[in-house]
Write a protein that binds this ligand. Structure first.
Ligand code: SF4
Length: 434
């Protein structure tokens, strides 16, 4: 007998987690209950990522495992999101047993499509759908911190990036729909909201720009903590930076992808800013909110990256002293501008060496930056326990740093003052401050 239960697992970025929250709400409205084990699910859903070939390999591997849970016609296996969008029918051919392949703009239709299924795999990947998808206010992935999508798609076409081809052009949600989602989530106890989009800084709905949207969220919702991701440096306005000075509910953390410290490489990547402009933004941010935590993304070994270009990235990292960074070596992503037009000319060995040096440098900087937290009291939202030790609470500072703390009190879901006792490169350790 078909069970009206669903198992949903997400790979990839915050956009995927936010999409999964909306889909969960849609599934539950259609009468499906969530289960944590695919063995107990009538509908098994994998929300996929396509940003790198490795991410796709992982998703394909997981999908091959998930089809083994099929019990004849009583279980549906669904691949949704970016990899489903990119592969379409090829995915159905590659992994027999997948019943639904729904792209980035069809995934919310899954509950309706489940009712209409007639046997053959359903493949839906059309783009350009009108997206006022917020009919289902999202289910939070975490009961205390949640993502709310404000834009979908991207118009930037950075040379190395597949996202605009998979998520289509930028579309911006109505401010009222965003406020409604946030009020829905805070009503469920969520304290920390991250506004998400591929490039939130370019948000524009009629007269509402991104800084105006943030003001509206502050004025019209009771959410305690507000964050946003991802910011493109070319669109980060001074008006937005000023909010860090005036709005304490806007948390002191910004993820600002630099990608390279070389203007030549930035130009080849079509990033449309210079390293000097990035440095000016960092100065302004630190004036507006002293101590703001800055994190970034960096790519080494982009086509044509000379030793000098690479050193400029190291210099930029030394200059800015990011709190943390996601660091990658360039790999060709088929379908992108770079894959079609540039020669991947940096030997793998050299890319790996550059990456390792960069990781070592950033690790040292992260360690030093985190030592400044020792002795300070930070407000920490406790959202769970340590993966290694369930007796140890885990939470996040306003600067988005993970804090582990021991306490006999039940701290779950509370924002508590924590004195930081020690720090390593990635984690702070503390105790509740009296
Ligand atoms: S801004 Fe560039 S890197 Fe970010 S999603 Fe758009 S194309 Fe990709």
């Amino acid at each position: 007998m078909f069970r009206k239960t669903y198992y949903l697992h997400s790979y990839g970025c915050q956009m995927n987690i936010a999409d999964s929250g909306i889909l969960s709400a849609a599934m539950e409205k259609a009468g499906y209950s969530p289960v944590a084990d695919p063995a107990g699910a009538g509908v098994i859903i994998l929300n996929t990522c396509s940003v790198r070939e490795k991410a796709e390999e992982r998703a394909l591997g997981r999908l091959s495992e998930l089809v083994k849970y099929k019990r004849g016609k009583e279980t549906y296996v669904c691949a949704i999101g970016c990899m489903a969008q990119r592969m379409g029918q090829d995915l159905a051919d590659k992994i027999p047993g997948v019943d639904f392949i729904l792209g980035t703009e069809q995934l919310f239709d899954l509950p309706t499509l489940l009712d209409r299924r007639n046997g053959a795999p359903v493949v839906e990947t059309a783009m350009g759908v009108d997206l006022e998808w917020a009919e289902f206010p999202p289910e939070p992935d975490n009961p205390y911190a949640a993502f709310v999508t404000i834009t979908r798609g991207c118009n930037n076409y950075c040379a190395y990036c597949i996202v605009p081809y998979l998520r289509g052009p930028e579309r911006h949600r109505k401010p009222e729909a965003i406020i409604k989602d946030i009020n829905h989530l805070t009503g469920k106890g969520v304290l920390d909201i991250t506004l998400v989009g591929q490039n939130v800084n370019s948000y524009q709905h009629e007269a509402a720009t991104f800084p105006k949207l943030i003001k509206k969220v502050i004025d019209e919702t009771g959410v305690e903590r507000i964050r946003f991701i991802t910011s493109h440096p070319k669109d980060l306005s001074y008006e937005l930076i000023d909010l860090f000075a005036t709005e304490p509910r806007l948390m002191g953390h910004l993820h600002l992808p630099l990608q390279s410290g070389s203007d030549l490489i930035l130009e080849k990547m079509f990033r449309r800013y210079t390293a000097a402009h990035f440095g000016q933004l960092v100065d302004k941010l630190r004036q507006a909110r002293p101590g703001i935590a800055l994190t970034t993304d960096l790519i080494v070994g982009f086509p044509g990256e000379s030793e000098d270009d690479y050193k400029m990235t190291l210099d930029a990292v030394k200059e800015v002293r990011f709190d943390a960074a996601f660091m990658f070596r360039y790999s060709v992503r088929s379908g992108t501008w770079a894959a079609k037009n540039l020669v991947d000319d940096i030997p793998e060995e050299q890319k790996l060496k550059r990456l390792q040096n960069l990781i070592d440098l950033q690790k040292e900087i992260s360690f030093e930056v985190n030592q400044k937290e020792v002795g300070r009291v930070s407000k920490v939202l406790v959202d769970g326990t340590s993966r290694r030790d369930e007796q140890v609470w885990k939470g996040k500072t306003g600067g988005n740093k993970t804090v582990l703390l021991e306490s006999d009190q039940d701290l779950l879901g509370q924002i508590v003052p924590v004195r930081i006792l020690r720090a390593d490169s990635w984690t702070l350790h503390g105790e509740v401050a009296s």
